[in-house]
Design a protein around this ligand. Sequence first.
Ligand SMILES: Cc1cc2nc3c(=O)[nH]c(=O)nc-3n(C[C@H](O)[C@H](O)[C@H](O)COP(=O)(O)O)c2cc1C
Ligand code: SF4
Ligand code: FES
Length: 654
Amino acid sequence: MDEAIARYPSDHRRGAAMPLLHLWQEHFGFIGDEAILWIATKLGLQPISILELVTFYPMFRQHPPGKTHIRVCRTLSCAMAGGFEVMENLCTAFGIPPPPDREGWHNPITVSADGNYSVEFVECLASCHTAPVCMVGEQLHENVDPTSAADLVRHRQSARSSPAATGNPHSHPPHHLEHRLIFKNIGRPDWTTDIDCYLRDGGYEQLKQAVTMSRSDIVNKVKNSGLRGRGGAGFSCGLKWSFIKLDEKRPVYLICNADESEPGTFKDRYIIHEDPHQLLEGILISCYALNARTAYVYIRGEFPKGAKILERAIEEARTHNFLGKNILGSGFDAEVYVHRGAGAYICGEETGLIESLEGKRGYPRIKPPYFPAVLGLYMCPTIVNNVETLCHIKHIVAMGGAEYARLGRPNNTGTRIMCVSGDVQRPGYFEIEVGAVTMGQLIYEMAGGLKPGRKLKAVIPGGSSAKVLRADERFKLKQRQAGGSTIEVELSIDDIPMDFDSLTAAGSMAGSGGVIVLDDSRDMVWVLNNINEFYAHESCGQCTPCREGSLWMKKITDRMLRGGGVVEDPKTLKTIGDNIAGRTICAFGEACAWPTQSFVEKFPEEFAARAQKPVPPPLPPEYTPEELIEEELIPTVPMAHDPGWEKAGAKGTI
Ligand SMILES: Cc1cc2nc3c(=O)[nH]c(=O)nc-3n(C[C@H](O)[C@H](O)[C@H](O)COP(=O)(O)O)c2cc1C
Ligand code: SF4
Ligand code: FES
């Protein structure tokens, strides 16, 4: 525990609260009052400062789990592949009574009567291409067969998975449309994650080169490369870096954002698992360029294996003097620490992440004034970059900024990893030159096309926050001609180039690179309801429009699915979305509003078909009658005749 505390500056020991909570829970299984008091005393904090973490972060438990604890992913790609059936199979096999409402499985966890097993639903585990997935203890199981999930748990046999199904990029040779830079080595038969292997392949040569260069030279290379962040917003990396003054007097921090929780995105975990030194080299070059002497890798709590792999890589790099004191004789010192999150999606948002790293709830900060580059970690200048973004830094040093910028398209340079999941035959990772591949090529040529007999219905192109694109839409995009002039072209969905600008022009976004494909078997109200549940669960709750609105949207789509939709509902959904976007502290507001706004707009016929009841619901949308009946707030008597849904409730009583 003392070692964990020492990773945080002496005047910011609160940052150690989450690592201590993890250690305690790993040892004792849950966090009771004793733990809260002990950790608070150890860090010189009030117990409430620890309790507020335990009640905020879904991974921390206040009650003992079963001897084997199972987390089942309920998010979109897994739900489409049978995630709910996995849960049903587990509950039946272990005698765990299903809660009255399937949503109740998030928290608290449900334990079997004999105490041997416990289950909970969790959100996207960043393995959407091998859906459905679950975690048994710390072990991720992919491609779980919903009919025999319990056997998998009992015998701990590895899940049914073929190399193709695991989406390993090297289980098949590179597609001719791929351009592998980050994935150059990953999956090679002789490739391992240890440093000797990395060094044999020219590893850390760019760090050696970087420490002989001036800081501004490296920043300029990154600027010239045109690299845009791969974490979601697509902001220019060089521009962000240039906000750090060369003569900055305060400590500068670098944070690698490895929180990867955007549904549909599953590249960062894979990079960490398969090539941790590539990431570490990127981090160390970036530290040098930014004069940051401390870097934190904020890694999702659900990636325990990734955290261990990184810890090991850090120690290996230390033995070669690639980090620590006087790196490679350059006089530059840098330390890299791994900090585990605990299941809150909002900690992927950079200011929520910083608060979390400081040992608090992951409540995003208002920008301005809290732009991380100005007032970030411990109110010091901080650069937050995504895992994939930081991996590119090494290649930019190797190639030079201008050469790197030749990859991809103007303003959309380099390569990026597309994560394809959902209704395709060969879901997985595909590293492409940005914009060199169209949506149609990605879906039909690279990801193997749709299942037999199915037609494309829609695509969510950049993680579940991105607006949905309908397959039969026409998109008007401005395209730059060779001579520099621009013309407007009308494209089908198949022809949209997979780059930042084209997807924005098409009315959506490239986001985090998670492409979720939906075929014509999908019910769009059901899909939106699944997405809405994710956002309702993950809102941090600071802003009223987001906290209330995300829940209202979920309750309405829920009610529509149960046959209780009223004619007003599509309009109400849109109004709620419109009143969240642009009115919140952080971009989660847009992230949760955009799916609802776009689904209702693009698929009006499906929403109208589910919104047939003429009378508006008698209760505010945050309550369903079923809940109030359950809470005995509405007295009920057996129904004599069918008075309609408005009065009957789900149980057929009035
Ligand atoms: C709700 C929300 C969740 C986010 N989750 C992630 C995430 O899991 N990983 C990530 O790298 N960026 C995430 N971001 C974006 C970060 O705030 C930030 O822009 C990014 O880490 C910057 O790195 P980049 O410039 O290299 O992309 C999220 C943003 C929002 C609004
Ligand atoms: S928009 Fe939502 S997630 Fe972001 S700060 Fe407000 S309540 Fe929290
Ligand atoms: S891992 Fe289940 S949806 Fe992503």
